[in-house]
Design a protein around this ligand. Structure first.
Ligand SMILES: [Zn+2]
Length: 259
């Protein structure tokens, strides 16, 4: 039997990602100039400003939700050094929200269309103004020198890492598509992953204190299928406004999202 998927509308979630500590999302070192930073951050080539790729944020949220749901397991538990493999059951909330990460037709059919799209997050206009005031004209990042201690010789090997400084903010947008009434309840799992991210880290060096972020100034609206067909107005979902992520999770009631 084939499941019937019918597009009902989209939730548009927006807010700010506030960097509590320096953020390092690695960029491309290929072709990097000699004498340049060997650990650069990813930048928008149009304006040289750092950004958070949607794929980085989406990947981290998926990973955290898989841990939360107990979906991360070793494929071969006997192999000591094996890394955790990608997960794709097609049945769980992570697969439905983030996509099944698998091309097998039956797994894709079970999971249905990927519900979540994560846009690239760019610096807020305030940070575009403020960062060069702190760092120097045209500069949006800082170099942090870290000492990697050789565990055998105990010799320090200092290496600079480029970071977006603490205090910087990015505008973020995620879009959550609804294809069945039950999909709305999946939002709670997305918020759980976002709450977990605030106690985890984004980008590299999380275990050394980099990448601590907070979601701020959240707002949401519902754009029904009629919004796209007839230009009907979008409807705000005010329940998440002025709330911290963990509060949004603990207060979540699916009725509040049926606006
Ligand atoms: Zn799954």
């Amino acid at each position: 039997m084939t499941t019937q998927w019918k597009f009902l509308g989209k939730y548009i979630l927006q807010g700010k990602i506030h960097c509590q500590t320096g953020l390092h999302i690695g960029g491309n070192t290929e072709g990097f100039e000699i004498g340049g930073m060997d650990n650069p951050v990813v930048v928008n080539p149009l304006n040289d400003q750092p950004y958070i790729p949607g794929s980085s944020l989406k990947g981290k949220l998926r990973h955290l939700l898989e841990w939360n749901l107990g979906k991360i397991e070793k494929k071969n538990p006997d192999k000591e050094n094996e890394t955790y493999g990608p997960h794709f059951c097609g049945k769980c909330e992570a697969c439905r929200i983030f996509g099944p990460a698998n091309n097998e037709a039956d797994v894709r059919e079970m999971a249905g269309p990927t519900r979540l799209s994560v846009r690239d997050s760019f610096l807020t206009s305030k940070s575009v103004t403020e960062l060069p005031q702190w760092l120097g004209e045209g500069i949006f990042t800082e170099a942090k020198t870290e000492n990697a201690i050789d565990r055998v010789t105990a010799v320090a090997n200092p290496r600079p890492i480029e970071r977006v400084p603490a205090g910087a903010e990015f505008d973020f947008t995620v879009i959550f598509d609804v294809y069945r009434e039950e999909d709305r309840a999946l939002l709670k799992h997305l918020f759980t992953a976002m709450a977990m991210l605030e106690d985890s880290a984004l980008g590299g060096g999380g275990s050394r204190g980099h990448g601590v972020i907070a979601f701020k100034e959240l707002k949401a609206e519902w754009r029904s299928v009629e919004y796209y067909r007839n230009g009907t107005s979008a409807k705000p979902v005010s329940v998440i406004e002025k709330k911290a992520m963990k509060q949004i999770v603990s207060d979540f009631k699916v009725e509040d999202w049926k606006v």
